[in-house]
Structure formats: C-alpha cells, structure tokens
Design a protein around this ligand. Sequence first.
Ligand code: FPP
Length: 240
Amino acid sequence: MNQSIDITNMPKHIGVIMDGNGRWAQRRSMIRTLGHRHAMKAVKTAISYCSQIGIKVLTMYAFSTENWKRPVDEVDTLMNLIVEFLLKETPEMKKNNVVLHFIGDLSRLPEKSKRAIEYSVAEMKDNSGLKVNIALNYGGRADIVSATKEICKCVQMGELSVEDINETLFSGYLYTAADPDPDLIIRSGGETRLSNFLTWQSAYSELYFTDVLWPDFGEKEFDDAILYFQGRDRRYGGIK
Ligand code: FPP
C-alpha cells in the first residue's frame, strides 16, 4: 500500500464501474470479448487487495439492466466468464474470508449462472471479512422501482403506513439494504458518468474517474483512488 495512505480514513464501501475492456482488446487487435477475459484478472486483484487493506464493502458493476442490448455472443461471453470466475475463485475467496452477495434481478439469468451463484454464496456464508456485492442485471432505477413496489405492498397489507416512509426506511428496501452508502465510486475507462449504478446510494459518494482501462486497473490504481478520496473534504451539504 502507498505509504501516504491514511489507514484511519479509509472508505468503508467502494463501488467500481469496470469500463474499458473492449477498448483494451481493440488496442491490441484482439476481439472485444478477450478484453472481458483479461478483465477477470483485475476483478481478482480488486477483491484480494480490498480484502487486504481492510475495505468493508466492495460493489462491482458486472452487468447492467442495459447490457442485454449488446451482441448475443458478448452477453454469452460475459455470463460464461462470471460462472467460470465463481467456480474457479470461490475456494480462494472463501479462504480470504470474503462474503459474496449479488445485487440485481437474478431471475432473468441463465440457469447455469444461477447455480454458480448459489454455490459460491453458500460456500462463503459463514465468512466475516470483505463483503463483495456483484451487481448483475442491476440498474439503479430498477433498484428504486423494486424498493417502491415492496413498500407499496407493505402499505397495502397494512404492515406500514405512508407516514413511516422516510429515507432510512427506503434505503432498507434497496438491494444494498445491509450496507453503508458507497463512500467512493471509481470508474475506469475515461467516461465521467454513473450509468445507472447505485443511483440512490451514490447521493454523497466521492467520484473518481480515470482513463486507465479496467484490465490495467491494479493495486497502484486503487491506491491512487483512495488518495484522491482522502484529499476530499466531505461536508454532506453542511459547512466546515
Ligand atoms: C465495460 O467495458 C464492461 C462491462 C460491460 C462488463 C464488466 C464485467 C466484468 C469485468 C465481469 C465482472 C465479473 C465479476 C465476477 C465481478 P466495455 O466493454 O464497455 O469497454 P469499452 O467501453 O472499451 O467498449
């Protein structure tokens, strides 16, 4: 870890938008899907490094509700890579005390993906270290709509009254109900938008954008993002 990092001021929850895989491959005259394959190494590094430096929650945007619009072979490759990753890396993640959790609507995923997810989550259920949320078929707006529907059902059943609804209660119905909001959101690949990632939860997140493409994103890049975070003055709408 970079010696300038203040270990008493670490982000508790980091969100990552892993962009730039296609361009990484194209720059090497490779097909785009090979970029996703190389991305998996960076996913592995992100999990082991965040675990090592004491981050509590890491949320990774693996597949958005909009990514279904990509060519079928790219969608298939991504789904297969995720299954391959889970089957191969579960023992190591388990050993590293990682807790695995998925956020998003998993009902639309291929059976093979659902089985791999079930296996990996069950393997790590007794762990207590870094919590890794994998956002799969996730959209920030869909997250808000699904929370709203759940709350409406509770009101209809008489379990909740409209007066009970406030920000804290609402947060408890989101996919990330158990987690603190992300302190830091990192996006690789040069774009400067959130692309429907943690829309509600990112209200006060520090945002870090870098041109580094995701397959090249390693420990040094995490350190740079954390140093950026530590240089920010977080006021949450107040004044110092
Ligand atoms: C964006 O790059 C990346 C994606 C749409 C997929 C990211 C997903 C992974 C790396 C898999 C994660 C898996 C786990 C288990 C966490 P892009 O293809 O849009 O790149 P481009 O902007 O250069 O075209």
